[in-house]
Every structure is written in C-alpha cells, then in structure tokens.
Design a protein around this ligand. Structure first.
Ligand code: SF4
Length: 117
C-alpha cells in the first residue's frame, strides 16, 4: 500500500510518500526533517486526530457547547466518537477544560469543553 501524507508538523506542508503494509514501512520519502519523517511513519501506521466538535447543552443561553479531545484519538474511532458526542447533553454551568465525556469510546482520551458556558 502507498500513501501520500501531507505533513502538518510545520507550515511547509511537505508531501510525504510512504509505502508498506500495516506497521511495516518499506519506503518513505518527501520529508525534509526528522520530525517530518516521524510524523509520516506514525501517520502511516497509526493515524490519530485531535477531535473538535460541539455537544448539546441545557441551562445555557446557547444550544451548543464547543468541545475537543484532550489528546489525539485513533482515526478509526472517530465515527464512533462523533456518535457518542452527538448523543451527549452537557448541563450548564461548564468551565473551559471541564471533562464532558470521560474516556471516549474507551480510547483513554477525554472530551473537554473548549469554552466557559
Ligand atoms: S517534513 Fe519537516 S519541514 Fe516538512 S512540513 Fe514536516 S516538519 Fe515541516
């Protein structure tokens, strides 16, 4: 399998090409620094994302509370995480960085408030 990955570590946005299977990497090129190579390897084998979204909130002036994951979430779990977020209703008052969903989808990452409401 071959994958083209755009490095997001710095604004240069280098295009990294990785060839391999699962955890095995046969070829990696296109990076221009060590951090980019590490990013390309990790993104090929175990892609992760910071999740940002909103949850419904009651008892507030606004209907939605902005939230984000406290750390990176495995990319393959994002649809299930979004489903859990959609089914969650927070209750005001909420402070910035309050935990809204603990250990989302069992991946060890919390969903926290991005704002005070
Ligand atoms: S490979 Fe290095 S220089 Fe290129 S975008 Fe990634 S961090 Fe920046």
């Amino acid at each position: 399998m071959e994958k083209e990955i755009i490095c997001t570590v710095c604004p240069m946005g280098c295009h990294i090409f990785v060839e391999g299977e699962g955890d095995r990497i046969d070829r990696i090129e296109g990076f221009t620094c060590k951090r980019g190579e590490e990013y390309g390897r990790a993104e090929f084998s175990h892609p992760v994302r910071i999740l940002t979204s909103t949850v419904k909130i009651t008892g507030a002036d606004q209907p939605l509370l902005p939230v984000r994951s406290e750390g990176p979430v495995p990319k393959e779990l994002i649809p299930s995480c979004m489903e859990e977020i959609r089914n969650t209703v927070a209750k005001a008052p909420v402070g910035v960085h309050d935990v809204i969903i603990e250990n989302i989808c069992g991946c060890g990452v919390n969903i926290i408030a991005s704002d005070t409401v």
